[in-house]
Design a protein around this ligand. Structure first.
Ligand SMILES: [Zn+2]
Length: 792
């Protein structure tokens, strides 16, 4: 699945973290593992309005029947499935001896179970078949089987039906074993009003029209998890292409928008060709369909062979469309073919789909920079890396699961470290093995680590004792990320790592791992064009690199950690960057700037170092580095002017950078115009409530009203309104548009202020203050000190 918050390029438009109210509720109701499904036969009749049949009381409902052939693995006297909010009409069971019946069935709402109690105990090896008939109304909450609205070219409204099952909503449409590890095949038959299009994961085999309704039977799927089943019924058209080896790809959209699917169609063709070659495994079914829908909770969903997209992420020519298409296609291997054992491993799905999006984009655009993509994932992860570890699940009270945004960017950034530790060629060889060894089954993290270790050790004759699973534990089981301190001594550079955890509201600590990490240190010595890797283990007190030369830590930005140097080191790095600029890569320089900026804002370093390095890079050969360095310098200058400081000595002024930033931001709220104030008092209890209203995407009305007011209010009112729009409106792009909209009568002063505040907004989101909770000091972790000597 692709969350709606997309990774957007770091320097321009980082948006807010979306999970500010997460709390962890450990409620989990796993199914018993005594009985496993093998094959499902599913029939669904959907009653959609807008076609020839005369809509009656069945309108907007569906009727279903499912037969599930299953195998018994342990003695059991009941069959437990998931089912929620369904009307169960009838349930029957048969076995080969014909002596089995269902005594009674119960629906347990609190854990979403349908429990079929049997008249006798069934034994391992027995095969059973259950028949259930059921029905329900099409939902309106974008979960399970639900209504999505659209408009016909004539302007009439149109209602379609679509599914969204991940994580735990298949049970809202059909009683099933709704956990990833219960893989089975599905044969689907759909009945729908004649004239509509019916789609599911596989290609259609036979259609029979019977008056007002048509029934289509589709090919049986490969073995898959229930959350990947998908259905669409409605009024759509398609455009089609085929891959090199002849795989059919279609993009479906409403008739009005069908001409806007070419970009998605071409990107998907190239991406499938590229992934099949890279992974060495062909897509295993006969077709891939994409469908555009207007009501969709996530960005898109990777249902095997039937990928559903939110309309704006498939129609048109926006760059994000390509990214989302590739993400969903990467899932066809990472997630669909090889699936997590349970929701604890969801980060494997999302981390890999995100990671593979980088290489996937190179299939379409040979100049695409994977490095920049990975850096932007690291930045997005740092924003969100507070609340929960990668290896965690967010359960609702009823046991349903929601997918967390940290799985994507941090998952990808962690996988990037694995790639760089074992080497890119080894990494992809290991990925091919991992996929082929685990296809059609489920994996835990260890399956991945042993695939990597096997290739790494074979190909490099590596005698290292480093275990990848040991390394991975501290990265996947605790939230946050390490900060490495690099201090210059007469002999060399001494590295230490922080033993502190960030303090956040609603934040749970994962103390077991002590907030220490095994850190791969990639460093580059001055005067050399390449980098080295050494390990800073979690039980080491410090790591000393003995050299008189300047070194840059986390060269190439391979590592997911912060580096903070002392003043002397920043001065020598600045000199080095000016003297030998071509020896350092774009990634190395960007990483330096990003670490500096975040730590200057949170006052972890003296902010003049930020100015020093930004200044050294202000005319850098890489446009992106140059632009970023200049933006930093301009923002700094702006802050200085804004604060009306007469004394331009940078250290003194920027010292209060972060406090003053928030002070300036608060000024926006402190002086509302009367008109605005009246409205505000009438409608909202507090700033917070107002902000929440603006953040709610559906409340366009308030946003529009504010936009109207921008032209009618006096200057202070305009300032106040714009402030609210910038900081609270969910659709920041719309607000950004306002700043540059020529129809707005901005004064020169207002315009420049708006632009400057947009910049602050971008940065503020990155660098919300980090506070730290003290953990035991370094000394308590002393076991050994490692010294690495570099011959000069
Ligand atoms: Zn995904």
């Amino acid at each position: 699945m692709k969350k709606l918050l997309l990774s957007i390029f770091i320097l321009t438009t980082l948006t807010n973290s979306q999970n500010t109210n997460e709390t962890i509720k450990y409620t989990n109701f796993p199914l018993p593992t005594a009985i496993f499904p093998v094959e499902y036969d599913l029939n669904i009749t959907t009653y959609l309005p807008g076609y020839n049949w005369k809509a009656d009381e069945r309108n907007m409902s569906y009727l279903g029947s499912v037969s599930i052939r299953m195998e018994v693995r342990q003695e059991m006297d009941k069959i437990v499935l998931h089912s929620s909010n369904l009307t169960i009409i009838d349930a029957k069971v048969i076995n080969s001896d014909n002596n089995l019946e269902i005594k009674s069935w119960t629906i347990n709402d609190s854990n979403q179970f349908l429990i079929l109690s049997l008249n006798k105990i069934v034994n391992p090896g027995e095969n059973l078949e259950v028949f259930i008939t059921f029905g329900g109304y099409l939902r309106e909450d974008r979960k399970g089987y639900y209504i999505t609205k659209s408009t016909k070219p004539t302007g009439e409204p149109m209602i379609n039906a679509v599914t969204q099952f991940e994580a735990t909503s298949a049970r809202f449409m059909v009683p099933c074993f709704d956990e990833p590890q219960f893989k089975a095949t599905w044969q689907v038959k759909l009945t729908y009003p004649t004239g509509a299009v019916g789609l599911t994961n596989t290609i259609d085999m036979e259609s029979i029209e019977d008056g007002d309704f048509t029934s289509t039977t589709y090919k049986r799927t490969v073995k898959m998890s229930s959350y990947l089943l998908a259905i669409f019924v409605g009024d759509v058209q398609f455009k089609e292409t085929t891959t090199k080896r002849g795989l059919r790809i279609r993009v479906y959209a409403d008739p009005k928008n069908i001409e806007s699917v070419d970009m998605a169609l071409n990107a998907s063709r190239l991406a499938v060709d590229g992934f099949e070659e890279l992974f060495g495994i062909d897509f295993p079914m006969e077709k891939i369909d994409f469908v555009s829908v207007f009501d969709f909770e996530a960005g898109a969903m990777e249902n095997w062979g039937l990928i559903i997209h939110r309309a704006e992420l498939i129609l048109g020519t926006d760059k994000e469309i390509v990214e989302v298409v590739i993400h969903e296609l990467a899932h066809q291997w990472f997630g669909n073919l090889v699936t997590m054992k349970y929701w604890y491993q969801t980060w494997l799905n999302e981390g890999f789909a995100t990671f593979m999006t980088a290489i996937g984009q190179t299939f379409i655009d040979g100049n695409f920079s994977q490095d920049t993509f990975h850096i932007s994932q690291q930045e997005e992860a740092r924003l969100k890396d507070r609340y929960r570890p990668l290896r965690s699940v967010a359960f609702d009270k009823d046991g349903s699961v929601t997918i967390q945004s940290i799985y994507y960017s941090k998952g990808s950034s962690f996988i990037r470290m694995l790639e760089k530790i074992v080497g890119t060629l080894n990494f992809y060889e290991a990925m091919r093995n991992y996929l082929s060894q685990n296809m059609y089954s489920n994996v835990k993290e260890d399956y991945l680590y042993s695939a990597l270790e096997a290739v790494w050790k074979t190909n490099t004759n590596n005698e290292t004792t480093l275990s990848i699973s040991e390394f991975a534990e501290c990265w996947t089981n605790q939230n946050s990320y390490p900060t490495v301190f690099a201090t210059r001594t007469p002999e060399g550079v001494v590295l230490t790592q922080n033993r502190e955890a960030p303090i956040e509201k609603n934040y749970t600590n994962y103390d077991e791992w002590g907030y220490k990490w095994d850190i791969p240190i990639w460093y580059q010595v001055a005067g050399e064009g390449s980098h080295e890797l050494v390990w800073f283990k979690k039980d080491q007190y410090e790591l000393e690199i003995r050299t008189e030369k300047t070194i840059i830590v986390n060269a190439e930005s391979y590592g997911y950690y912060d580096v903070i140097y002392d003043d002397v080191s920043y001065q020598s790095i600045a000199r080095e960057l000016e003297n030998n600029p071509t020896l350092y890569s774009m990634s190395t320089k960007l990483r330096l700037l990003l670490d500096l900026e975040s730590n200057a804002y949170t006052q972890m370093i003296a902010p003049h170092s930020l100015v020093l390095i930004a200044n050294a890079l202000r005319n850098d050969e890489f446009p992106i580095v140059q632009e970023y360095a200049q933006t930093i310098l301009k923002t700094t200058e702006f802050m200085i002017n804004r604060l009306n400081e007469q004394n331009n000595e940078d250290l003194k002024i920027i010292k209060g950078f972060s406090t003053n930033t928030s002070k300036v931001l608060r000024k926006f709220y402190s002086n509302p115009s009367e008109q605005f104030g009246d409205y505000f008092k009438r409608n909202f209890k507090s700033d917070k409530e107002f902000c929440e209203t603006l953040r709610n995407e559906r409340n366009e009305e308030v946003t529009n009203q504010l936009v109207d007011w921008l032209n009618t209010n006096d200057s202070s009112g305009r300032k106040h309104i714009m402030g609210f729009l910038m900081f609270c409106a969910k659709n920041k792009d719309k607000v950004r548009g306002l700043v540059f909209d020529p129809s707005f009568d901005w004064t020169a002063l207002e315009k420049s202020r708006n632009i400057q505040f947009l910049k602050i907004l971008n940065r503020r989101n990155i660098y919300e203050t980090r506070e730290f909770r003290k953990f035991p000091s370094n000394e308590e972790y002393i076991s050994r000190k490692t010294i690495i000597r570099i011959e000069s």
